[in-house]
Design a protein around this ligand. Structure first.
Ligand code: AHM
Ligand code: MG
Length: 337
């Protein structure tokens, strides 16, 4: 069987964007390269000194692990060296990183990313991931500004994630379906392994941190009980699967069918996950694969964004499952007021 590498695939697909001059292709290729370097470090995590906490606290108030810092630096360096990006937003940085260099003076894009999602899982050998989202800049020239990021998810040009798991995979979309590439370590290339990924309309997995149950909205509590009830026709009870590493949970559900929920809680009344670099890119991928992404009553990609690190609740996954969860949210919305 002839193997198709990420590089070959990107070149082939470039004709999908007749107005583009190859910058997006180069940007995606740069992300693949940085991802390989991060994968190399993640797979050595148990071996080397790099493991452990730096002691710093990131803008979300969480302790930063060394690999988060490494991944952040690696992707930033790749974007700066590539010249296609005029600003970066990262979970690890309070403010945007403007880029104004000789090679980036014609840069058309901005990138938002979570360089290492699920990082509390690194030191226990559980999959982690990188999430990225690419927008066309709205500013005219020079370094990008924060306004370049204040765009709805529907404006994304491309989005994807890299999962550092039992194998390393890069999954991305440019709005024409979703394709997945698995890293073949023997040749050091991402190879097309999951062309045109579609998520099943229905599944039997629900993923939510049930430890927070008491603090969930009534609609979510009722939906969880629904998942646990016996019903032959709908194949219930569903299985509960929650890794606590969003990319891993969502990747599995994308393939097998399922729903991922991170609702509001009394502790996090706006939810935990971030709209710009977690929910919007994952929503774009899931929608492109035939799924649904909602905040409980609105489509994620149509939410207005006003802050870089804005949070939102998330209901994401197989269309039929998400629809049922949203029906519960609608039915019990009065219970919250
Ligand atoms: P992070 O970006 O700080 O790693 O947080 C995001 C992660 C998701 O990957 C995961 O699904 C969720 O937070 C787990 O949160 P919790 O431990 O509250 O269930
Ligand atoms: Mg994250």
């Amino acid at each position: 069987m002839k193997v198709k590498t990420l590089g070959q695939f990107i070149i082939e697909k470039q004709s999908d964007f007749p107005y583009a001059k190859g910058e997006l292709s180069r940007l995606l290729r740069d992300i693949g390269i940085a991802g390989k370097i991060v994968n190399r470090e993640v797979s050595k995590a148990g071996l080397v000194e790099i493991l452990g906490e730096t002691g710093e606290v990131n803008v979300q108030g969480e302790k930063v692990k060394k690999l988060d810092v490494f991944a952040n630096e690696q992707f930033i360096a790749a974007f700066k060296a590539g010249g296609e990006v005029c600003a970066i937003a990262s979970e690890e940085n309070d403010d945007i990183i403007p880029i104004d260099s000789e090679i980036s003076k014609n840069a058309k894009y901005v990138v938002a990313m979570d360089p290492l999602d699920g990082s509390s899982n690194i030191d226990v050998n559980v999959s982690v991931g990188t999430i990225f989202s690419i927008y066309r800049r709205t500013s005219l020239s020079g370094a990008g500004t924060i306004n370049d990021f204040m765009q709805r998810g529907t404006e994304q040009v491309a989005a994807g994630y890299i999962i550092y798991g039992s194998s390393c995979m890069l999954v991305y979309t440019t709005g024409k379906g979703v394709n997945g590439f698995t890293l073949d370590p023997s040749i050091g290339e991402f190879c097309l392994s999951h062309p045109n990924m579609r998520t099943p309309q229905n599944g039997n997995v629900y993923s939510v941190n049930e430890g927070n149950y008491l603090h969930f909205p009534t609609g979510v509590k009722k939906y969880i009980k629904y998942c646990q009830e016996e019903d032959k026709a709908t194949n219930r009870p569903f299985s509960s699967r929650y890794i606590g590493s969003g990319v891993a949970d969502i990747h599995r559900n994308l393939i097998t069918g399922g729903i991922y929920i991170y609702p509001t809680t009394t502790k996090s009344p706006k939810g935990k996950l971030r709209l710009l670099y977690e929910c919007n890119p994952l929503a774009f991928i899931l929608e492109q694969a035939g799924g649904i992404a909602s905040n409980g009553n609105k489509r994620i990609m149509e939410l207005d964004i006003t802050e870089l690190h804005q949070r939102t609740p998330l209901f994401l996954g197989s269309s039929e499952m998400v629809k049922v969860a949203l029906d519960f949210m609608e039915k019990y919305k009065e219970a919250e007021v």
